[in-house]
Design a protein around this ligand. Structure first.
Ligand code: NAP
Ligand code: GLV
Length: 309
């Protein structure tokens, strides 16, 4: 088994150790410019087009993350007919649940407002929000969205879900497609975006959709920066239609120091850390899928390039 590896911005040595442990008989090499030697599978994160162009010999391309937007945007450089496989959870679901539950609870329990009072040494009671009106709407009810939704149900928040195909989840109000979006938004107090980035979902958080949320709503984006029209969010925050936002992803990462988001105290910023790829968990999942493919068995996480996720 010859494995070709490339992960933008990652430490290849640590990855190679995890992969070798999970697949002891594999020979693994880090792709370098000009390497056209054959391989059986590729393990990649944000690969350059030159790495994959023409590699029709590959049995599969494994993405070292859940989102495959950076791979699919390679377009014709992606070898035709080679399956692309995304990570299914691999330890990201619990991280997403922790991150989003923390953000929702911070808003619901008014902890941001209490932090401001702390700075001013103010001991002052704030009227609590009514949980029944503090509904959380999750855009994207896949592997990660359903885990986030389940964590919020655990805290007894009313939870709504929106996806491409209709779901039926006990205790949750589910909507689907363009027809269901406006009703979903009108009933959502905290909007969580955990959609894949596709041509259909790019710019989905825009002036029209954010205005469809009730006044005083909050926005949490843990998916991709290109889902959000950043200027529209700023306008709606300044007009106090949106009360605050928690953003983990941005159109340009790292977020430039001159970006106006840094100056807006109602926006909480984190550097794309809501769910990190865990090396050992991911290597074990990929090893199990390679084994299944070799045995001719089906695997989960196959990407549909037409659908875009
Ligand atoms: P997934 O399992 O593929 O789920 C995607 C969900 O989005 C599905 O419910 C799908 O609907 C829905 N969807 C897709 N296109 C839609 C559309 N046009 N209209 C309505 N719903 C649509 O993906 P996942 O594993 O949950 O991951 C989601 C995304 O999270 C990734 O693509 C990645 O970009 C992002 N992510 C971010 C981080 C981070 O650290 N910030 C970490 C990991 C992942 P159906 O169920 O009907 O197919
Ligand atoms: C991270 O952003 C991922 O898509 O896994």
């Amino acid at each position: 088994m010859e494995i070709l590896f490339y992960a933008a911005g990652a430490n290849p040595d640590a990855w190679l150790t995890s992969i070798q442990q999970a697949i002891p008989d594999a020979s693994i090499r880090v792709w370098q410019e000009g390497d056209h030697a054959p391989a059986d599978v590729a393990l990649v994160w944000k690969p350059p087009a030159a790495m994959l162009r023409g590699r029709t010999e590959l049995k599969a391309i494994f993405n070292l993350g859940a989102g495959v937007d950076a791979i699919l945007q390679l377009g014709e450089a992606l070898p035709a007919g080679v399956p692309v496989v995304r990570l299914d959870d691999a330890g990201m679901g619990i991280q997403m649940a922790e991150f989003v539950a923390h953000a929702v609870l911070r808003y619901f329990r008014r902890l941001d407002a209490y932090a401001v009072q702390h700075q001013a040494q103010q001991w002052r009671f704030l009227k609590p929000f009514d949980k029944q009106t503090f509904s959380v709407g999750v855009l994207g009810m896949g592997v990660l969205g359903s885990r986030i939704a389940a964590a919020l149900q655990h805290f007894d928040f009313p939870v709504l879900g929106w996806s491409r195909t209709q779901k039926n989840i006990p205790g949750m109000t589910c909507f689907s497609g363009a027809d269901g979006l406006n009703t979903f938004l009108s009933q959502t107090r905290v909007l969580v975006c955990i959609l894949p980035l596709t041509t259909e979902t790019e710019n989905i958080l825009n002036h029209a959709t954010l205005s469809a949320l009730p006044r005083g709503a909050y926005v949490i984006n843990v998916a991709r920066g290109a889902h959000l029209v950043e200027a529209d969010l700023l306008t709606l925050i300044q007009q106090e239609h949106i009360a605050g936002a928690t953003l983990d992803v941005f159109r340009e990462e790292p977020l430039p120091v001159t970006h106006p988001f840094w100056q807006e105290p109602r926006i909480n910023i984190t550097p794309h850390i809501s769910a990190l790829t865990l090396r050992d968990d991911s290597a074990r999942q990929i090893a199990a899928k390679i084994k299944a493919l070799q045995a001719g068995q089906p695997i989960t996480g196959l990407v549909d390039p037409q659908r875009g996720y």
